[in-house]
Design a protein around this ligand. Structure first.
Ligand SMILES: [Zn+2]
Length: 147
């Protein structure tokens, strides 16, 4: 056990979908979200982190909140493609270019949906669980329901 290991980068850990607590254990069983277009495959997570034992599904119905995250992500992707479209192709009231953007953006959102669904869960869990460099010794994060 060495405590000298460097702290993995926050954004990199989110992008590579690592556990928020140790930033090392993977959050999904299948590495590739596009391998099978099946919800049971895309959202197949181990119950706890294989590296630090952190529970992912913090309580019953925990993942319902990811709806807000995936909505925000979809808006962010749309803004990004719109800006790219404006710069590269241009937008005008004289023609239908804007509708091509609308259609393509819709198709893109549909295509990256498996990845967005996973990313939403990762970002959502990162709101609650923070990095713990002593994850080997300390106890995993859980909600404290004793009031
Ligand atoms: Zn972990």
């Amino acid at each position: 056990m060495d405590n000298k290991r460097p702290k993995p980068n926050y954004f990199w850990s989110i992008l590579t979908m690592r556990c928020p607590r140790c930033r090392r254990g993977p959050m999904f069983k299948g590495a590739n979200p596009f391998k099978k277009i099946k919800l049971s495959y895309i959202l197949d997570m181990p119950e706890t982190c294989p590296e630090c034992g952190q529970r992912y599904d913090l309580e019953h119905g925990f993942w319902y909140g990811t709806g807000y995250v995936s909505y925000a992500l979809a808006v962010a992707v749309s803004v990004a493609t719109f800006l790219a479209w404006m710069v590269l192709i241009g937008v005008s009231t004289e023609d239908n270019r804007i509708f091509y953007w609308l259609g393509l953006n819709g198709v893109l959102l549909l295509l990256i949906q498996p990845w967005l669904m996973r990313l939403s869960r990762v970002i959502y869990l990162y709101f609650f669980v923070s990095y713990d460099e002593n994850y080997k010794q300390s106890k995993p994060f859980e909600f404290d329901h004793k009031l």
